[in-house]
Structure formats: C-alpha cells, structure tokens
Design a protein. Structure first.
Length: 139
C-alpha cells in the first residue's frame, strides 16, 4: 500500500523473507488495490484542502498535478489501455497510486478507472513475480 514501492517492493521482500508465493502475490495485489477507490474519489478534495493550508502544501499539490499532467498524452490517446499501461509497467513513476492520481486529476470516473488500474496491478504483479521468482512459480 506504500506509494512508489507498492507491489514492486512487496513481492521481492516476500521472496527474501521466504514467504509462500501465493500469500505474497495475493497480499501484495490486495494491498496495492485497497487505496485505489479512496484515492480516485477523494484526491481532488484533499488537494483543494491542502492548497488552502500553506504555500508549501500548495507547491506539493502543484508538483503532483504536474506529475499527472505528464501522463496525459498516454491516457488521452489510449484511454483504458493507456491507464492500464501506466499502471502495468513496473518502473518508477508508474503504478496504482500514479494511475489513481491521473484518474482523479483528469476526472476519470471510478467505474472506468478501477478496471484498468486493477488489470494493470495484476499485470505488474505477474511481471515482478516472474522477475523475482522465475517462471516456475506459475507452472
């Protein structure tokens, strides 16, 4: 559930701790998806509230909005697929939190954003698992 790290960190840590694969995979998947609806539904309201609190928080909000804006072309061009790709590629600056931020800033409805983000998280989980555990985990 931690921003930036998400399941990209949870799965390798679970492997390192010797936890069973399916426990690690499902826990990481669920933990990564739990904050998504809350983020999509309330980010804009929280941003507005933060803007009023201090210039430092205003700068933070502006930075987050610029981060979302940098992903606009991908999401505008490919819609569902663009949001899916943004979440599915396990690289820094991608993931469920970024997908949720982009969805909130662009006003993408939860019922359209959640399936794309969920499939993206599942795909990222599979990619990270294969890199961490090897292909044999799925056989």
């Amino acid at each position: 559930m931690v921003p930036v790290i998400e399941l990209r960190g949870a799965i390798p840590v679970g492997l390192r701790l010797g936890m069973p694969f399916w426990t690690v995979f499902l826990t990481a998947l669920i933990g990564n998806l739990l904050p998504v609806p809350i983020l999509i539904l309330f980010t804009r309201q929280v941003f507005e509230w933060l803007r009023k609190k201090s210039p430092l928080l205003e700068r933070f909000v502006s930075r987050m909005e610029r981060k979302a804006e940098a992903k606009r072309e991908l999401v505008d061009r490919y819609k569902f697929l663009g949001l899916f790709i943004l979440v599915a590629i396990p690289l820094p600056g991608t993931g469920a939190w970024t997908g949720s931020l982009v969805s909130a800033v662009f006003g993408i409805d939860l019922r359209h954003a959640l399936p794309a983000i969920a499939l993206g998280v599942l795909t990222a989980g599979i990619i990270v698992s294969v890199i961490s555990y090897g292909v044999s985990i799925f056989l």
